[in-house]
Ligand binder design. Structure first.
Ligand code: GLA
Length: 311
């Protein structure tokens, strides 16, 4: 029988690696935690982690605050403590879910054998524990199981999903409003409770947004880009007026994008209360669009999720 010390020493030598992408959400906002359908995509910005067993959990990263997430996902996966190093080109607090990328990167590093769905659920629970925010499963699911060249149509009630081809002529643009917030400081949980309680305005957003997700998929399939843009605009108006998760600053940025060259449509993306906007832009007019926005535009492409192995 090897001694405990011998086993520990060997575990410390074994270094694991994980890598997971950020995500955008094309449409289907604030409906995941109500069992609605959403249409996110993993994108080509990644968080990479390496780790080895250690006395206690630790994180080395340029971005502060990762320890609570890493420990929470490790505990969800019944992992012993690990010393984890993080490198990432997913900008933090910029709306493409750096937290989901970190969680899923650790999950795939520690438990590459898990089905992607189970990993996504473990990461969702970890985020809820680490932050106290009752997030849905969309971000973690997209980071785990997104498909290059596709968006994921995900039914959050059953976790059934389908990869929907994303047209190459469209560029995905993410623009940071500069208004940053940690979700725990926002009324996210309050909105969730109001929607669950059936408060009429909140419900009107949820029902209309779910209808827009289906219409959006039809328009993608029919390559009706103008219609995609109209649906993004309607989604923004609903998030602004009915779900009340936008801010005047974000509204101004969205309106600027609506008027910019090459833009089919734009809306607030993610939890809201600041954060980033998403715009769909004619691929060939990216530089006109960026110039007219007059601030940093992050163009990204769809990517494979961490648990997608058919590369
Ligand atoms: C955050 C949460 C998601 C989802 C969105 C809003 O990104 O992590 O689960 O609820 O907000 O659609």
């Amino acid at each position: 029988m090897p001694s405990d010390e011998g086993r520990d020493a060997r575990a410390r030598l074994f270094e694991w690696r994980g890598r997971a992408p950020g995500r955008v959400n094309l449409i289907g906002e604030h409906v995941d935690y109500l069992g609605g359908v959403v249409l996110p995509a993993a994108v080509d910005r990644y968080t990479e982690v390496t780790g080895h067993a250690a006395e206690e959990w630790s994180v080395e990263s340029d971005v502060p605050g990762g320890l609570a997430y890493v420990r929470a996902v490790g505990e969800e996966l019944a992992s012993r403590p690990q010393a984890v190093k993080v490198t990432s080109d997913v900008p933090p607090a910029a709306g493409i879910s750096s937290s989901a990328a970190l969680l899923v990167a650790v999950a795939v590093g520690v438990r590459p054998d898990l089905p992607g769905r189970d990993a996504a659920l473990a990461c969702q629970r970890a985020e809820q524990h680490a932050t106290g925010v009752q997030v849905g499963v969309m971000d973690q699911f997209a980071s785990a199981l997104g498909r290059r060249g596709h968006a994921l149509l995900l039914d959050c009630a059953t976790l059934a999903y389908k990869a929907v081809p994303f047209p190459g002529e469209l560029a995905i643009a993410v623009i940071d409003s500069g208004e940053h917030r940690s979700l725990a400081e926002t009324p996210y949980n309050e909105r969730r409770r109001e929607a669950e309680a059936g408060e009429p305005k909140r419900r009107r957003h949820v029902d209309s947004e779910i209808a827009r997700v289906h219409a959006f998929v039809d328009a993608l399939e029919g390559r009706d880009f103008e219609r995609l843009g109209t649906l993004l605009k309607e989604s923004h108006q609903s998030l602004r007026d009915d779900f009340e998760v936008s801010t005047p600053n974000v509204d101004a940025l969205v309106e600027k994008a609506w008027a910019a060259p090459g833009c089919y449509g734009a809306r607030i993306m993610g939890a809201g209360f600041g954060g980033s906007i998403l715009a769909l832009v004619e691929r060939d007019r990216r530089s006109d669009f960026a110039e007219s926005m007059g601030r940093g535009v992050l163009f990204c492409s769809t990517a494979d999720g961490a648990y997608v192995t058919s590369k």
